[in-house]
Ligand binder design. Structure first.
Ligand code: TNX
Length: 518
């Protein structure tokens, strides 16, 4: 416990330590430290909300007022009041996302050293409020000191295989933020659809965003740049960074259908309807490929303030490069021994381009093939060995493999998601061969991501796959070390209390998970 909290508690002798449900308070993710007291703060229309007097401070205060009104019906005004809700910047609360939330009978204070933390404090406060409409709400006396274990807590949505309207994305952002997910990885391009408007290459969307299904129907859709900006700003207000993914050099059939010159064969193809791995990839031996991709990135980067840009890099069969004269010539010219070397050259070249624009490249773990630059962030999806390889290479790592929420609910249960420990080789892999590497490189582990691939997901069933597994995922990464039986049992109890909240939001969560352990 920090000195700050200890000092505060001295004056609040009625406060008792409590774990989750035992306190009657039910928050997901469970705060790191929580002391529950006696009594409550009476929240009614007389309450005032004060906040730091800057743009983001005012925005967070407005968000809180709107949330209180939407959830309880109580119309709280802005302003300073002795008995109100005060949001305060306080450098003593250490960590960008850390916050303290103190509820006393005479008021509520949320403090943080940065506005990111203030916002998470607000999200926690919302979970202390009931969902019922009322003119007066009793907020339990509590002292919470909280901060995440991992800085990267992401959810990925594949909008390539199926398209999701911006309104769907925004609804999910509301929910993800409620559970303190701070990263939305937007998988915007794939073989079956290119979903982001690029003005210089209009065919990427006029051709690449549409496919002809087996029954002859036309399927597709895309986001205009204006829509992308709107979603990114919507996410910003919710404390979420949006990371775009533009797939290269594989998973590029839709782009090649629009601009066949991107491929080695230069042949006209259709946007594919087949799932899986496709051999038709961007041609590394053609300078035009790099010009094209750099021009695309030039339009993508200004839309996303994120430090990170994901370039895919996964599932790239290199037969096309093996059969392409200019690729082979390049390979020999650069003294590379095989096509993996070409892949590494390709990725590093894009990485340098991004770095020139002040950005950091993120790629799936295949970018290690042929050698990866240590500055690249590796998203590990193929298991503990790949994770260890990335760590040993010196890269920062985001772990996705154990959190594939596109999987059926019985092959990846809520419990599996909750109990996986990304920092522990034996949790990820029965062979436990990489324990020493995991231990030695712990500080390179940024966190994790739950990807929703969309071969079998679409706007109609996506929520049943996401929830409640995303809640378990959010708690896993926020807490970092809560994977044992007691934590799981407590989580299940707290999960029950979330369902009325999800119901109020009209979330079509998966039904079979609504089981309480006895
Ligand atoms: C592999 S995971 C892929 C995706 C698929 C997913 C599920 C990864 C980097 N690539 O293209 O959607 O499996 O089928």
């Amino acid at each position: 416990m920090s000195k700050l909290l200890a000092r505060c508690l001295l004056g609040l002798s009625t406060l008792m330590p409590a774990l989750g449900m035992a306190s009657g308070i039910s928050i997901i993710p469970e705060p790191q430290h929580m002391q529950v007291g006696q009594g409550s703060y009476q929240l009614d229309a007389h309450a005032r909300v004060s906040a730091p007097d800057d743009a983001r401070g005012r925005e967070i205060a407005a968000f809180l007022r709107d949330a209180i009104r939407a959830q309880t019906g109580i119309a709280v005004q802005e302003g300073d009041a002795a008995h109100g809700i005060a949001l305060k910047l306080d450098p003593a609360v250490q960590g960008e996302e850390a916050y303290r939330l103190a509820v006393t009978p005479s008021g509520i204070t949320i403090s943080a050293s940065a506005e990111k933390g203030l916002f998470w404090g607000v999200q926690t406060l919302r979970q202390l409020l009931p969902v019922q409409k009322s003119t007066k709400v009793a907020v339990p006396v509590v002292d919470i000191e909280d901060a995440p274990a991992y800085p990267w807590r992401g959810v990925m949505l594949d909008v390539g295989r199926h398209f999701y309207p911006a309104s769907f994305v925004e609804k999910q952002l509301d929910l993800l933020s409620y559970y303190k997910i701070n990263t939305f990885h937007w998988h915007l391009t794939d073989d079956q659809g290119w979903r982001i408007e690029i003005k210089r290459y209009p065919k990427l969307t006029s051709v690449g965003a549409w496919r002809t299904e087996a029954d002859g129907s036309r399927y597709g859709g895309f986001y205009t740049q204006a829509q992308i900006r709107e979603v990114v700003d919507y996410a910003r207000r919710l404390n979420i960074t949006v990371i775009p993914e533009i797939e290269m050099p594989g998973h590029s059939v839709a782009a090649i259908a629009a601009y066949p010159e991107l491929s080695c064969s230069k042949k006209q193809v259709a946007v594919t309807t087949a799932w899986g791995v496709h051999k038709n990839i961007d041609c590394v031996g053609d300078e035009g490929t790099f010009t094209f991709l750099e021009n695309v990135l030039d339009e993508v980067l200004p839309l996303f303030p994120s430090q990170y840009v994901h370039i895919g890099g996964d599932e790239t069969p290199k037969v096309a490069w093996h059969e392409c004269a200019s690729c082979q010539a390049l390979m020999h010219k650069l003294g590379l021994k095989d096509e993996d070397g070409l892949q590494s050259y390709f990725i590093k070249r894009i990485q340098r381009y991004l770095e020139g624009k002040g950005k950091t490249l993120v790629g799936w773990d295949e970018i290690l093939e042929g050698g990866a630059d240590t500055q690249a962030i590796i998203e590990a999806w193929r298991g503990a060995d790949e994770q260890a390889k990335a760590l040993a290479n010196g890269n920062h790592v985001v772990v996705a493999g154990p959190f594939y929420i596109d999987q059926a609910l019985d092959s990846l249960t809520v419990k599996d998601v909750f109990r996986t420990d990304i920092a522990n080789d034996s949790s990820l892999d029965d062979a436990k061969t990489d324990a020493a590497v995991f231990a030695a490189h712990r500080s390179q582990l940024l966190g994790g991501e739950a990807p929703l691939w969309s071969e079998r997901a679409n706007p109609y069933n996506a929520e049943s796959k996401m929830y409640p597994r995303v809640l378990a995922f959010a708690e896993n990464l926020w807490r970092g070390n809560a994977h044992d039986d007691a934590a799981w049992a407590d989580f299940q109890q707290r999960l029950q209390a979330q369902y009325p909240r999800l119901d109020a939001w009209h979330v079509a969560y998966g039904p079979e998970d609504r089981v309480v352990a006895k």
